[in-house]
Design a protein around this ligand. Structure first.
Ligand code: ADP
Ligand code: MG
Length: 573
């Protein structure tokens, strides 16, 4: 007996849904792509509970007539292609005619659409059209999705928390907005606006809305092409880096593409300008003849196939590298410094971050006896007493004790002291804080704002606690006292990246190591000329360190010359 059956439409839609709409983010992606294809100038995304309970997308696009409004829910119903040849030159986001029937097979969908003559409402519940009638609606289309996966428990079980789902959507819409600066995007969750772009067509303004003004001000335009490819967009100055590749955006003909190779080509372009294990921020648009790309490779269209791909990678790497070479001043070329955490870089970054800090506020600490408290705390145990002798070249301190002469590298010694002092404060839960008259505002991307609870939990050990300030900034009014000595923007942004990257940060010993080392790296005090009093204080501090002879990065802090060495050198022995 024959066993093969043709699947009924609902079943095949549900199977397709498994690939196309795995989670709320997939639904949002398909619906927003439809709005883009409908030539929308404005797209609003409203979510409840990270999209798990409710997703609503409204656009001001071309809308559908009453026939199409129902036909759109049939499998393989599309207005975008009609013959095989169309498949080889797809200019729209969609073309498979799968999204609406797939989504409607696993949820309750309400469609409201107006094409300028017809105004229609269609309701579909888990694959069945339950209502279709004329209904007043503004021009454009609204699609509501509720009860997603309620009837597909296996899928429901695999969804993550509302927060995780929301983050994926925030990330997606950030990229959508960056790939379409001519469209105004607004995303809200539980009534709170999380992303908003103006649709002015300016990529730089969109970058500002998504990544903040600091990043936008450090954008360098790229524009290069060869016979087959045209590359444009912005790369961000290598002084601003991130701990993940997530900020490297590549779009091909307006489509968000996940391509390891293209990311790699972009990172390669920054070679010589960026520390290893740091990643750039870049927004790269690639235009290719539609015939040279096959977008029909992946059901959710994250991946595509490109002809002459090696040629494209080379073009990207060289183009970015040449742009950086041209745009960066000689003092930017700190390759040796960039590979090692040295003072030159710290200062460079400080300068840049200062320059880009629009919220540049004068912060006045309300300080009482905090200074005394700290020095009192350091009085604890004394192990070694140096006698101060002199300063050398503004970089070294000469000191002695009964036996030895010490030449101390001021910068390395400061690093060691700061490192151990912060570690001790964390371990002994003695972090001294100060209240700020003017709050500290830090720019971050919208997805980070959403994870504040997790971040605050980790930052609790240095008594830092942030609140949301705007869609892409966070704020605090109390900071650890050691913030006086560091570039707090640099420190907080890097620390947050580390927390979100490195799950192990939940272990206090790793956390204290990372926090102290990041603080050293963000210090702005190193390499300053020290007065005699300050030199003496530094000698006292270093004498209390557990490992006074090396800086946290392993370089020596001091050279010791014993009396024996002197006798030998002067040939008195
Ligand atoms: P595809 O996008 O691959 O064509 P979909 O299932 O996503 O398939 O959509 C089916 C059809 O419904 C589209 O081809 C389009 O004609 C119509 N459609 C869907 N969403 C919209 C919208 N927001 N505005 C106008 N038409 C739409
Ligand atoms: Mg579509």
């Amino acid at each position: 007996m024959s066993k093969i059956k043709i699947l009924d439409e609902l079943l095949s839609n549900m199977i397709a849904a498994g690939e196309v709409v795995e989670r709320p983010m997939g639904v949002v992606k398909e619906l927003v792509e439809n709005s883009i294809d409908a030539n929308a100038g404005r797209i609003e995304i409203r979510l409840i509970n990270g999209g798990l309970d409710y997703i609503e997308i409204t656009d001001d696009g071309c809308g559908m007539d009453k026939r199409d409004a129902t036909a759109a829910f049939s499998r393989h119903a599309t207005s975008k292609i009609s013959e095989v040849n169309d498949l080889w030159q797809i200019r729209t986001m969609g073309f498979r005619g799968e999204a609406l029937p797939s989504i409607a097979s696993v949820s309750k969908v309400t469609l409201l659409t107006n094409d300028g003559s017809d105004s229609t409402l269609v309701r579909v519940e888990y694959g069945n059209v339950v209502e279709a009638k004329p209904f007043g609606a503004p021009e454009g289309t609204t699609i509501r999705v509720e009860g997603l996966f309620y009837k597909t428990p296996a899928r429901l079980k695999h969804l993550k928390s509302a927060n995780v789902e929301l983050n994926l959507i925030l990330e997606l819409i950030s990229k959508m907005a960056l790939s379409h600066p001519e469209i105004s995007f607004e995303l809200s969750n539980d009534g709170q606006i999380r992303i908003q772009t103006n649709g002015s067509g300016s990529l730089q303004e969109t970058i500002m809305a998504i990544y903040g003004v600091g990043v936008a001000k450090k954008c360098i335009a790229v524009d290069f092409e060869d016979y087959d490819f045209k590359v444009s967009g912005y790369i961000v100055h290598p002084a601003i880096t991130r701990a993940t590749r997530q900020y490297i955006n590549s779009f091909i003909n307006g489509r968000i593409i996940k391509s390891y190779q293209i990311q790699k080509a972009i990172i390669e372009g920054y070679k010589g300008y960026m520390m290893s294990n740091r990643y750039p921020i870049a927004i790269i648009n690639i235009e290719i003849d539609y015939k040279l790309v096959d977008v029909n490779v992946h059901p959710s269209k994250w991946e595509i196939r490109i002809s002459k791909e090696r040629q494209l990678y080379k073009l990207i790497t060289n183009g970015i590298n040449e742009t950086l070479k041209r745009e960066m001043t000689p003092s930017d070329l700190l390759i040796d410094n960039l590979t090692k955490p040295q003072q030159a870089v710290v200062h460079k970054e400080k300068e840049l971050l200062e320059e880009i800090d629009l919220f540049s506020y004068q912060r006045q600490p309300i300080l009482g006896s905090i200074q005394e408290e700290i020095s009192g705390y350091m009085e604890a145990e004394q192990t070694h007493r140096f006698t101060y002798l002199a300063q050398l070249h503004g970089k070294y301190i000469l000191a002695s004790d009964e036996e030895n002469l010490y030449i101390i590298d001021q910068h390395a010694a400061q690093e060691r002291c700061m490192f151990e002092e912060i570690q001790n404060q964390i371990m002994e839960k003695k972090v001294v804080t100060q209240h700020l008259l003017l709050p500290l505002v830090i720019e971050v991307n919208p997805a980070i704002v959403n994870q504040l609870d997790l971040i605050n939990e980790q930052l609790d050990c240095i008594k830092l606690n942030f609140e949301q300030f705007s869609m892409n900034s966070i704020v605090t009014r109390e900071v650890p006292y050691f913030f006086e000595q560091i570039d707090e923007m640099h420190f907080v942004q890097h620390l947050i990246n580390e927390i979100l990257e490195d799950k192990q940060m939940s272990r206090i010993d790793i956390r204290k190591e990372k926090i102290a080392s990041l603080a050293c790296h963000s210090s702005v005090r190193f390499n300053q000329y020290l007065s005699i009093e300050e030199s003496k204080t530094l000698l006292e501090r270093i004498s209390k360190c557990k490992q006074p002879f090396n800086c946290p990065h392993g370089r020596p802090t001091m050279i010791v010359i014993s009396e024996k060495d002197l006798i030998k050198e002067f040939k008195r022995a």
